[in-house]
Design a protein around this ligand. Structure first.
Ligand SMILES: [Zn+2]
Length: 132
């Protein structure tokens, strides 16, 4: 399937060689690059082993091109927001910034999808029921 992922601020392309690339910072203030797969709900991150991320840690995500912070807050939840283009349609993609928490949301004009075993607790923020 033809997909692109890009920054909502500068529209810079983040999807390279089948990975979405982010500049991130952990709670200890260390910075590192993180690569995520485009299979939404799949959280196997690639990063350098010297950059440590602890389970449950809050990770800040930045666009590696314009360096804007990609955080959005929904209630007390912190999510990363990027854009996705798939077969000519634009979607918002949001996923949890808590390491180890598996929740991703894909929001289009007419659609809402939640992925990941921890996804359910966020769905009320949009006032809609996820469709699978
Ligand atoms: Zn950007």
């Amino acid at each position: 399937m033809e997909r692109d992922f890009y920054c909502p601020f500068c529209h810079g392309q983040l999807f390279i060689n089948e990975r979405i690339i982010f500049s991130t910072q952990n709670e200890k203030g260390q910075r590192g690059l993180v690569l995520l797969t485009p299979d939404l709900g799949d959280y196997r991150a690639l990063k350098h082993p010297s950059y440590k991320i602890e389970e449950g840690e809050h990770i800040d995500f930045f666009c590696p091109i314009c360096h804007k912070n990609l955080i959005v807050e929904r209630g007390d939840k912190k999510l990363t927001r990027i854009m996705m283009m798939e077969t000519g349609e634009e979607y918002e993609v949001l996923f949890s910034q808590m390491a180890g928490e598996r929740s991703t949301y894909v929001i289009g004009d007419q659609s809402f999808h939640a992925f990941g075993e921890d996804a359910e607790e966020y769905t009320n923020f949009w006032g809609v029921t996820p469709s699978y």
